[in-house]
Design a protein around this ligand. Structure first.
Ligand SMILES: NC(=O)c1ccc[n+]([C@@H]2O[C@H](COP(=O)([O-])OP(=O)(O)OC[C@H]3O[C@@H](n4cnc5c(N)ncnc54)[C@H](O)[C@@H]3O)[C@@H](O)[C@H]2O)c1
Length: 314
């Protein structure tokens, strides 16, 4: 699909990854409408493009969102609106179900029922794999989620695929592995930077530091989303979206501390949070076959993220 001049709806577009995607879509000449209920997102995240987008403060669980979808006759929806945090889904599984699965189902069902030609790029997660303890994880691997979030994301991508097979809906799902970058105010990288900023002498971590993650700078994930929209067959398939390299949680803390110019003592809780798997590393060959290559490496992404944190804390 050619994104220049395309009419594109981004749900969750005021959030961390969504706002970065909106900036890139605007830069490519797309006509962008953002839907966000501002549960976690912020208008400020869209400040750089505010004059060039349409913003609708709407909840994807409401009928008004579906009315907008039908009236807008969009070429493409990037669907990112979600309860985006595993611990939130553990605390309130019903809200996770309604936002991450039911709203996704109603999105594809509205496209089918109204015979829209709108394509859907759906955002899923590495959480669909659960705790397989296999390295690296490929799209064809078994999925046994260990959190309500993982279950709802998996069901959402299965619905998209079934709608592609049965009704000819055009779309694909992106399994984002752990992202980090400016504007993210949760998750491991932000938590570590904040902890080290607040106490440069000591750092307490969940588990024993050996958990492994495939951390990807947010702009790389946006590149992947654009690459999928432009080059993928959009027949319901799924793609791992990651950097394709692994780092232990202790290694991550050490990298951040080094870049911040400090040498803390590390301590460990010994236990991980419920719903947190031990190892998440992606095989990204399927995405690479579309022409994607991570552009910004971990060290550079971390420098930018720490610089953002410092400018925000100042
Ligand atoms: N950040 C990661 O590491 C990561 C990893 C895997 C998957 N994902 C997925 O990527 C997507 C973006 O995540 P993010 O990290 O930018 O999170 P985020 O919380 O910053 O963005 C989600 C956005 O959706 C909005 N939203 C939530 N519920 C809504 C609703 N019912 N109606 C309308 N808007 C609603 C929020 O206000 C927020 O702006 C999500 O689907 C998330 O599950 C993220």
């Amino acid at each position: 699909m050619n994104l220049k001049g395309a009419s594109i709806l981004v749900t969750g577009g005021a959030g961390f990854a969504g706002s970065c995607l909106v900036e890139q879509l605007v830069a490519r000449g797309a006509q962008v409408t953002v839907v966000d209920n501002l549960a976690r997102g912020k208008r400020e995240n869209l400040a750089a493009v505010w004059e060039r987008i349409r913003f609708e403060e709407l909840d994807t669980r409401q009928d008004a969102f579906l009315d907008l979808l039908v009236a807008g006759r969009y070429d493409l929806v990037f669907h990112l609106a979600a309860v985006s945090y595993v611990p939130d889904s553990v605390r309130d599984p019903q809200r996770d179900l309604e936002t991450n699965l039911l709203a996704t189902f109603r999105l594809v069902e509205t496209i089918r029922a109204n015979k829209l030609s709108t394509a859907v790029i759906n955002t899923s997660s590495a959480a669909v794999y659960g705790d397989l303890n296999k390295v690296p994880l490929s799209e064809g691997d078994l999925c046994i989620p260990v959190s309500p979030y993982g279950v709802s994301k998996l069901a959402g991508e299965r619905y998209l695929d079934v709608y592609a097979q049965l009704y000819g809906l055009r779309g694909a799902s992106m399994r984002f592995f752990s992202l980090f970058g400016p504007r993210q105010e949760k998750q491991v990288v932000f938590d570590f930077i904040r902890k080290l900023h607040d106490n440069p002498h000591q750092m307490l971590m969940f588990g024993d530091g050996s958990q492994v993650r495939d951390l990807n700078y947010v702009e790389n994930a946006v590149d992947a989303a654009l690459c999928i929209a432009e080059n993928a067959p959009l027949q319901g398939e799924v793609y791992n979206v990651a950097a394709g390299h692994s780092l232990s949680i202790l290694g991550l803390a050490q990298m951040i501390a080094r870049q911040m110019g400090i040498s803390p003592a590390y301590t460990f809780t010994g236990s991980v949070r419920p719903g947190d798997p031990q190892k998440w590393v992606a095989d990204i060959a399927k995405l690479r076959a579309l022409g994607y290559e991570p552009r910004i490496d971990l060290e550079e992404g971390m420098r930018r993220t720490i610089a953002w944190f410092r400018s925000r804390a100042a």
